[in-house]
Design a protein around this ligand. Structure first.
Ligand code: FES
Length: 127
């Protein structure tokens, strides 16, 4: 059996939503101290709905595939739904990751949550 699913390979080779959103109103950056990989998420949110999302990942193939899939899963979603995204859902959407690569999907969950928290705190400051 191949180590990585077709979906992982597809999202690794052709990652969706790579880049920066200049006028993002939610930004999150997380890293994994063990492997040194870093993931940054940019969100453009209007009326509590994620209109656009982009990412920059300096990391392994599974981290790139996980970030790409995670952005696809939350695009167009309300903030409240995106908050519920788990690394398990990301890994499942990729048709699985090897056990020792599950932490890569955790990075995607954490990056999105961090960007959403940034959005919520900016919003709280405006009121
Ligand atoms: Fe660290 Fe993949 S090896 S995120």
């Amino acid at each position: 059996m191949a180590l990585y699913s077709e979906k992982v390979m597809d999202h690794f080779r052709n990652p969706r939503n790579v880049g920066v959103i200049e006028d993002a109103n939610g930004i999150g950056e997380v890293g994994n101290a063990k492997c040194g990989d870093i993931m940054k998420m940019y969100l453009k949110i209007e009326d509590d709905v994620i209109q656009d999302v982009k990412f920059e990942t300096f990391g392994c193939g599974s981290a790139i595939a996980s970030s790409s899939m995670a952005t696809e899963l939350i695009k167009g979603q309300p903030v409240s739904e995106a908050m519920k995204l788990t690394n398990k859902a990301v890994a499942e959407a990729l048709d699985g990751l090897p056990d020792y690569k599950m932490h890569c999907s955790v990075l995607a969950e954490e990056a999105i949550r961090s960007a959403l928290e940034d959005y919520n705190s900016r919003k709280a400051q405006q009121t």
